[in-house]
Design a protein around this ligand. Structure first.
Ligand SMILES: [Cu+2]
Length: 488
């Protein structure tokens, strides 16, 4: 037992060293390249319903091919195209219909990450659709404006399907947000960024899961891909720009900052706007999480260049063009978020995340399609306490040094795991006994747990059906780091 533990602890360090080497190897040619690829902006999907109170969309999951690097075609998958998908924009209170067709050669689902819908519409692992199948999803939007996303959720296939390109953005709009003076010209000063790291061989071909370490740690890449483009750049006016950040990576947690150290304002978390914006220089975003930030480029000279970066990787180069008219403002108070009272909770549950090499479990169990782990009363308020059993507390003085590499989520004594719950939005009550930081004081549906972390969240379960909770490192999810619950 002892030998196994020591081996497990020291292995990530070797792995870390190798990954750092590979990062340095790719960073030189990337930064030396004089120009990159203009950032693609995912198109807004056409609403086929003429009624102003309803939205209707068509989505086709299909195989494709993409030249991430000129001359190298990689097999990909996408919605209505060869890679990623269009943006579905829906309004609070509206009835939404999505007609979906599976033109892949394997089964798939479409899960609406962060959207509160009944279990049967959630696209979780209990509802796979075979190759060639068509189906219709219907839901009524009843939650605040937010940046959500959609992706497949077939147990065992989620990692590769997302990695090959099956992801898209779902934007919820509401009247409150519409009337705020925030930047909201889509593609102009309101820019979505689907952040993914991918691994390419020296010929520019996309690689997936080439070693057992890719299972254990999740699939880490050596190259950033943003909205489907490698080496992306964006021309921005010298004004405020809102970025909707979606961590669509299989495993990497980003620690985002601007390369010149400038601060920016975070305005939203997974489930919508914060009550108040707050200023920061660093944003941690684990797989599945979203955030919205506003960076102000009005103080930059025309022709300035800076980058959005994460340790070891350039995420997006920003070229500041001339001055631009800017009548946007970031209000001091944006929305109201009523705290869910702890005293209203009728039940507390505990979820322990554990990893021994490729054996990843929640409460000692791997996911089974034939087992329901938790039963929740419809309408109940519950407190869920999530604990990462990794040994963060034993790291001692190594913690500061290692924290520089947290972006890779590999630490002595275990990994960080992002925990996502379907069908609800939650509020973070406490992280390790402390009030959560401003970045976790809004609505959340995914929360990152470093080794040793203990996070308590509270939620109301207002949708019926079968759902899952799971680690959003997609290879861990595929290995069974997932559990199920029924609301009835
Ligand atoms: Cu995990």
């Amino acid at each position: 037992m002892n030998t196994t533990r020591i081996g497990h602890r020291s292995f990530p360090l070797i792995r870390l060293f190798l990954i750092m080497l590979s990062l340095f190897a790719v960073s030189y040619p990337l930064s030396a390249r004089p120009s990159g690829n203009p950032l693609p902006i995912p198109p807004l999907l056409e609403d086929n319903d003429p009624s102003p109170e309803r939205e209707s969309f068509n989505l086709v999951a299909q195989n494709g091919a993409r030249e991430f690097f000129p001359g190298s075609r990689s097999a990909t998958k996408g919605y209505n195209g060869s890679y990623l998908g269009p943006v579905l924009r829906v309004w609070r209170g509206h009835n939404v219909t999505v007609n979906i067709e599976n033109r892949l050669n394997e089964k798939t689902t479409v899960h609406w990450h962060g959207l509160e819908v009944d279990g049967a519409m959630d696209g979780g692992p209990f509802y796979p659709h075979a190759s060639g199948e068509r189906w219709t999803v219907r839901f009524t939007v009843d939650q605040p404006a937010a940046t959500l996303w959609y992706h497949p959720h077939v147990h065992g296939l989620i990692g590769e399907q997302v990695y090959r390109g099956l992801s898209g953005i779902l934007i919820v709009e509401d009247d409150i947000t519409e009337n705020l003076p925030l930047p909201k010209d889509y593609g102009i000063n309101d820019i979505p960024l689907i952040l993914q790291d991918k691994r390419f061989d020296s010929g520019g071909n996309l690689l997936y899961k080439t070693s057992v370490a890719d299972l254990m740690h999740g699939m880490f890449g050596n190259t950033m891909v943003v909205n489907g483009a490698v080496n992306p750049y964006l021309d921005v006016g010298a004004r405020k720009i809102r970025f909707r950040l979606i961590n669509g990576s299989n495993a990497r947690t980003f620690e985002l900052s601007l390369s010149d150290g400038s601060s920016f304002k975070q305005i939203a978390t997974d489930g919508g706007l914060l009550e108040q914006p707050f200023e920061t220089r660093r944003l941690v975003l684990s797989p599945g999480e979203r955030a919205e930030i506003i960076a102000d480029f009005s103080g930059y000279k025309e022709g300035s260049t800076l980058s959005l970066v994460t340790p070891g990787l350039e995420v997006l180069r920003l070229h500041v063009t001339g001055t631009a008219k800017d009548d946007t403002r970031i209000p001091k108070k944006m929305v109201s978020i009523a705290p869910i009272q702890e005293s209203s909770a009728e039940k507390k549950r505990t979820f322990v995340l554990e990893q021994m090499g490729p054996n990843v479990t929640i409460n000692g169990k791997r996911f089974s399609m034939n087992r329901i782990d938790e039963k929740v009363r419809f309408g109940a308020t519950e407190i869920w306490e999530i604990r990462n059993a990794g040994m963060g507390g034993m790291m001692g003085p190594g913690r500061n040094f290692m924290s520089r590499f947290r972006g890779m989520m590999m630490m002595r004594g275990g990994m960080a795991h992002p925990f996502h719950i379907h069908g609800i939005r939650f509020q973070v009550l406490e992280r390790n006994g402390q009030k959560p930081s401003p970045a976790e004081q809004g609505w959340k549906d995914t929360v990152l747990l470093y080794p040793g972390d203990n996070v308590r969240v509270i939620a109301k379960f207002m949708r019926k059906g079968a759902f899952v909770y799971h680690c959003h490192i997609l290879e861990h999810d595929d290995l069974g780091m997932m559990g199920s619950f029924v609301v009835e």
